[in-house]
Design a binder for this molecule. Structure first.
Ligand SMILES: Cc1cc2nc3c(=O)[nH]c(=O)nc-3n(C[C@H](O)[C@H](O)[C@H](O)COP(=O)(O)O)c2cc1C
Length: 226
């Protein structure tokens, strides 16, 4: 049975330190577009929740000697001793049909707070490994994920041969190494290039473009769910 038969759930994990930023407005716009497309929307705002991104031994049951993070993650899943906040976030992740990572592009990648969310919540034994395999055998197989982000550089810099390099090339580590790795089918990213340089009028138009792109993606994801 499709996970999309009932109203599907989208989990948006948002990482921007400023509530008035374009990224945050973009996330709010995307959330409304998803609701309009029939999704139940769950938002995790990492900065406003003061999410602690650093994976270290303190979050696990006392570890004697050599600390092996993934072995401890598997043990915590098996023994039911996972850190309570990580467990709660993992449950929200597992309940979602669609995961949206929302962020400004920092150093061609995720802001550290969001990378640390992946480090701690994509738990070995909880979403891959242990009783699960990788990619198509991982826990999130059959679900969708997408990136929603902003850049400093303009669109043309991210084209093949552009000064910053082809966007698809450096999204690979997120698309393949994080999302597909735990089973997701990756949808096209929604990107706003250089929002810092937009006039008020262009900003409104850019948010409308985000709304349309997210609505299109969400509708396609529902129509093609299996
Ligand atoms: C630490 C840091 C690293 C950044 N790295 C990049 C980058 O690799 N590529 C890029 O185009 N912009 C980069 N930027 C610029 C941001 O992507 C840009 O300011 C942001 O996406 C604009 O959206 P906002 O107004 O919502 O913050 C970086 C900004 C910061 C603070």
């Amino acid at each position: 049975m499709s996970t999309f038969d009932a109203a599907p759930t989208a989990l948006i994990v948002h990482a921007h330190p400023e509530a008035r930023s374009f990224s945050t407005a973009q996330m709010t716009t995307a959330a409304q577009a998803l609701r309009d497309a029939g999704y139940r929307v769950d938002v995790l705002d990492l900065y406003s929740d003061a999410w602690a991104p650093v994976l270290d031994r303190a979050e696990f049951a006392p570890v004697e000697g050599h600390f092996k993070p993934q072995a401890e993650q598997q043990r915590a899943i098996k023994d039911g001793t996972l850190d309570a906040t990580v467990r709660a976030h993992l449950d929200r992740l597992l309940a979602a049909d669609l995961l949206v990572l929302s962020f400004p592009l920092w150093w061609f990648s995720l802001p550290a707070i969001l990378k640390g969310w992946v480090d701690r919540v994509f738990v070995m034994g909880g979403v891959f490994g242990g009783d699960y395999g990788l990619f198509g055998d991982a826990a999130l197989a059959g679900k969708r994920a997408m990136l929603l982000f902003t850049t400093g550089g303009p669109n043309e810099s991210f084209q093949p041969g552009g000064t910053l390099g082809a966007m698809d090339d450096f999204l690979f580590h997120i698309h393949r190494g994080m999302l597909e790795f735990v089973g997701y089918q990756v949808l096209d990213p929604v990107i706003t290039y250089g929002p810092a340089h937009l006039t008020e009028q262009d900003r409104t138009a850019a948010l409308e473009a985000v709304r349309e792109a997210v609505a299109r993606t969400a509708t396609t994801a529902r129509a093609t769910a299996h």
